[in-house]
Design a protein around this ligand. Sequence first.
Ligand code: S3P
Length: 190
Amino acid sequence: MTENIEISIREKNIIFIGFMGAGKTTVGQLVAKKLSRDFIDIDQEIERIHQMPVSAIFQELGEASFRKMERELIVSLCSETRSKIISLGGGAYMQEEVRKACLANCIVFYIDVSWESWKERIPLIIDSRPILQNKSLAQIEELFNSRKSAYALNHYSISSSDIDAETAADQVVESLKLAWNLNDTKHNLL
Ligand code: S3P
């Protein structure tokens, strides 16, 4: 069940969602550095906890086991940690429980990328992503499009198609500072 906890806006975890290879980890790490906060990459954390690479988890335990691991980890981080910068695996947000926990307790940034621009990145990521194996380009495009409606459930959206990671991270930090300052002003006026 999703808990709704009272967390001040400055303390909320910042979550990055988006398709594989969109730049969630790169942008998340830069934002963490700029804000002097801890960064957690969910895939790396699962690999550390279970002492297995994600590809081996898919192969040996199956996708359903991996999805359970990511769901449990994300839901617990959402309720038990503060002020973290967290990058989710691209498929995690397809789970309703994950979406609810993130939207209720954290600030969710969608790193959006166009299909045209994403296509160029396929050679860089295909070998390390089990979900892309044995799929035609048309099937990958279908998966890409099928996830858009879930990713659309976010608090902020940043397009990474035409800007570099540093610029995207600056945009994220600017949006956060604006939200934090607006919140402070609102409280001062009360
Ligand atoms: C997946 C994305 C991967 C990883 C796993 C499954 C997906 O993470 O969690 O291979 O279903 O989209 P990245 O989005 O960091 O590549």
